[in-house]
Design a protein. Structure first.
Length: 393
């Protein structure tokens, strides 16, 4: 569930959470049937309807508002006390058919209360239910039916509660890691710019001052200083361009991570390697494969309507030499009319420029398939820190 661990942030999320919580209302069948079928006065029936409505509202407010995060424990304790009191009162007033309300009390305890409280509150609620039920049923009947169910469901909800809390913490940790990574990247950029430009700009400033002092009396020496300034500035410009090209270069490792994130966010089951191959083509070849992966995943997300996408990276040997092959397949609707648009044509030109080839067609599952092959430099060494092909995610 995509709203798990988060307060509802829209109409769709509210509806999803209501449906998930509303499944548990099946245990209200007994009280509702008793209200409809039992012979009671109109006043008693009306009182039962009001009491049951108040019980359901109290239960939904507890589980709906406080499963993920509790801001006001006093409101939680008051609501839980009211819920328990309603369950006891309605069961006493209307009979055994209403004992199922204690299941909701146990569910609320497991879903909202802290674990160390829920571990004794749930058995206590079960004990109260047995005490109330002994007015009409035997202990054996109660233990064999509702008592065991109340305990199991209550403790199952403690597990759901822990799952929700863990989900919230993981999302917070993921956001923190992303922020730390962005900060680290900014620091790296600042260090690189300082290393690239600090010395050159200091030298340019010094030589400019020297040229200014030499200009009236020694124009020839001042001209030499100006020439040195031009040479240093050109070298600094070259260094900056190389650094920027390195920042902007696409890598397979980065695109694999981006593909996994994009497919998952689009609701597509992503079967993507965790790492790039240990041996990669040269920089132009790796960049071409990275662009091919990005273009293929973009097509899957935007146009295919696929439910599953598989990405594979393999190294092969042919008579023409070794090469790296990228394959992207989906089970969407794109395979029925395979045409090359401007994006695929531009991609083919980019791959062909490094001696590779792009092939598109229909996958084995009837969707779209894109294959890009780039020659592998002979004697290429494994990438630093890389391992063999990662297992699919």
């Amino acid at each position: 569930m995509d709203t798990f661990g988060h307060p509802p942030a829209g109409r769709r999320q509210v509806l999803t959470k209501v449906l998930w919580i509303g499944i548990w209302l099946v245990f209200l069948a007994g009280p509702v049937e008793d209200l409809i079928g039992a012979e009671r006065s109109g006043a008693a029936t009306a009182l039962g309807c009001v009491g049951l409505t108040a019980f359901v509202v109290c239960y939904l407010s507890l589980v709906f508002r406080y499963t993920a995060r509790v801001h006001d424990w006093r409101a939680v304790h008051v609501s839980f006390g009211v819920l328990l009191a309603l369950a006891v009162g309605l069961s006493f007033a209307f009979g055994t058919a209403w004992l199922g309300l204690f299941v909701y009390v146990a569910v609320s305890a497991g879903a909202v209360l802290p674990l160390w409280h829920a571990t004794w509150v749930i058995p206590a609620v079960t004990g109260v239910m047995i005490a109330v039920g002994l007015r009409t049923d035997s202990v054996e009947d109660l233990l064999g039916s509702l008592a065991v169910l109340t305990l199991l469901v209550g403790f199952a909800m403690t597990g759901v509660r822990q799952l929700v809390r863990t989900t919230v913490q993981l999302r917070q940790a993921r956001a923190t890691v992303a922020q730390l990574a962005a900060n680290e990247e900014r620091l790296r950029l600042a260090r690189d710019l300082h290393d690239l430009l600090g010395h050159s700009l200091s030298l340019i400033t010094l030589k400019s001052e020297l040229a200014g002092r030499m200009l009236p009396a020694h124009p020839d020496k001042a001209a030499q200083q100006v020439a040195d300034i031009e040479q240093v500035s050109r070298q600094a410009l070259t260094d900056v361009r190389e650094a920027v090209s390195g920042y902007r270069r696409r890598t397979l490792a980065g695109e694999l991570a981006g593909a996994r994130t994009a497919l998952t966010a689009a609701g597509v089951e992503a079967d993507v390697p965790l790492q790039a191959p240990a041996v990669l083509p040269g920089e132009p070849g790796e960049t071409a494969l990275a662009w091919a992966l990005r273009e293929a995943v973009t097509n899957v997300v935007r146009h295919s309507g696929a439910r599953r996408c598989t990405v594979a990276l393999t190294s092969r040997h042919t008579l023409d030499g070794p090469f790296t092959e990228l394959s992207v397949e989906d089970d969407g609707r794109g395979g029925s009319s395979v045409t090359q648009g401007n994006g695929l044509m531009g991609l083919a030109e980019r791959v062909e420029a490094v001696g590779g080839v792009v092939d598109v067609g229909t996958s084995a599952r009837g969707g779209f398939r894109l294959t890009a092959r780039v020659p592998l430099d002979r004697g290429a060494e494994p990438a630093s820190g890389a391992s063999a092909l990662g297992s699919p995610a």
